[in-house]
Write a protein that binds this ligand. Structure first.
Ligand SMILES: [Zn+2]
Ligand SMILES: [Zn+2]
Ligand SMILES: [Zn+2]
Length: 278
C-alpha cells in the first residue's frame, strides 16, 4: 500500500492564509520545504482521503492525476477537508480523458448536504451523473475502490458525525484526523473486527505546544496515550508505524523542528509530499 501525504496542515495552512506571525513569515522564505497545505492523502493513486481546497495544487505540485481516483473518503464537512465546488470541473468540457469514469464519495450526512449546497449553482448533469454519493455513519464496513473500509467516530464537533477511517487491503491503515482522543468504543470496535494496523496516522495538530488546548484535536502527549491504548487493545504492535500530521501554524511546524520533536516520541512527522510504503 502506497500512501502519499499531499497536504499536512490544519485548516489555515502553513503559512496560514491571512497570517503574519513570526512562524508564517519565516515559512514564506522557504515554501518549497515548509509549505503545509490542507490535509489530504492518496492511497495507491486511486483512493483519496479528504478533498481540501488545495487538491488542485496537490495535483500540480506532486504530479498526481486526480481523475484516476475511484473513491473519496471524506472525514467531515469542514472546508479544509471538503471543498465540493471543485467537482463541477470533473467532466463536460472541463475535463476529458478522465481515468476513472465514476467517483464514489463517502461521507456523513453533513458532507453530502455540503456537496449539494456548494455545487448547486454550477454542477452540470453530465458531470453529476458520474459522481455517486454514499452516506456513512460510524461503525460501518464497506468496499471502496477495492479496499475494505471501516468508519469510526471522531471526537471533533457536536455539529456532525465526523468520521475516521480504517482502510485495509493486504495492509491496514488507520487514518485518525480530525479528532481529539478517541472514545473507548472505537478501540473495542477495532478489536472486535480483528484490526491490526500497519500504519497509524494521527491528528497531531498541537504537536508539542504546552498551552492548554481544545479536545477537538490532539497533541503529542495525546498521541503517546493513543499509541499505548492501541497497544493495549492489540490493534498496534512493535511493527506498527506511527505518523503525526495536520499541524496548525501555532505549533511552529517547521519541517526539521517538528520532525526532530516527533522522532523523540517515536513518531514520524508527516510533511507535504511524504510517501510511505507499507
Ligand atoms: Zn482539519
Ligand atoms: Zn501564523
Ligand atoms: Zn475539522
Amino acid at each position: 500500500m502506497n500512501i502519499r501525504y499531499l497536504g499536512t496542515g490544519a485548516a489555515e495552512g502553513f503559512p496560514a492564509v491571512f497570517c503574519n506571525c513570526e512562524s508564517c513569515r519565516k515559512a514564506r522564505l522557504d515554501l518549497q520545504k515548509e509549505l503545509r497545505t490542507r490535509s489530504q492523502v492518496l492511497i495507491d493513486g486511486k483512493l483519496l482521503v479528504d478533498f481540501p481546497p488545495d487538491s488542485y495544487l496537490h495535483a500540480l505540485r506532486f504530479g498526481v492525476d486526480l481523475s484516476a481516483a475511484e473513491a473519496l473518503l471524506v472525514t467531515h464537512s469542514h472546508t479544509d477537508h471538503f471543498y465540493a465546488q471543485e467537482f463541477v470541473n470533473r467532466g463536460y468540457k472541463f475535463a476529458s480523458g478522465i481515468r476513472s469514469r465514476t467517483l464514489d464519495i463517502y461521507g456523513n450526512a453533513e458532507v453530502l448536504a455540503v456537496f449539494g449546497e456548494d455545487t448547486r449553482r454550477e454542477m452540470r448533469v453530465q458531470v453529476r451523473e458520474n459522481i455517486r454519493l454514499h452516506e456513512c455513519k460510524p461503525f460501518q464496513r464497506f468496499e471502496a475502490a477495492g479496499y475494505e473500509v471501516f468508519t469510526l467516530p471522531a471526537v471533533h464537533t457536536p455539529k456532525e458525525e465526523a468520521l475516521l477511517y480504517c482502510i485495509r487491503r493486504d495492509k491496514t491503515l488507520l487514518y485518525l484526523n480530525d479528532t481529539g482522543f478517541p472514545q473507548e468504543e472505537l478501540f473495542r470496535f477495532l478489536r472486535e473486527n480483528d484490526i491490526r494496523a500497519d500504519l497509524v496516522s494521527m491528528d497531531g495538530t498541537f504537536a508539542d505546544d504546552p498551552t492548554p488546548h481544545s479536545n477537538r484535536h490532539m497533541d503529542f502527549s495525546d498521541n503517546v496515550r493513543l499509541r499505548e491504548t492501541l497497544f493495549s487493545y492489540g490493534i498496534a504492535d512493535k511493527n506498527t508505524r506511527f505518523i503525526v500530521t495536520h499541524f496548525t501554524h501555532n505549533s511552529v511546524p517547521f519541517r526539521d523542528r517538528i520532525g526532530a520533536v516527533a522522532a523523540g516520541y517515536g513518531f514520524l512527522a508527516a510533511y507535504d509530499g511524504l510517501e510511505i510504503e507499507i
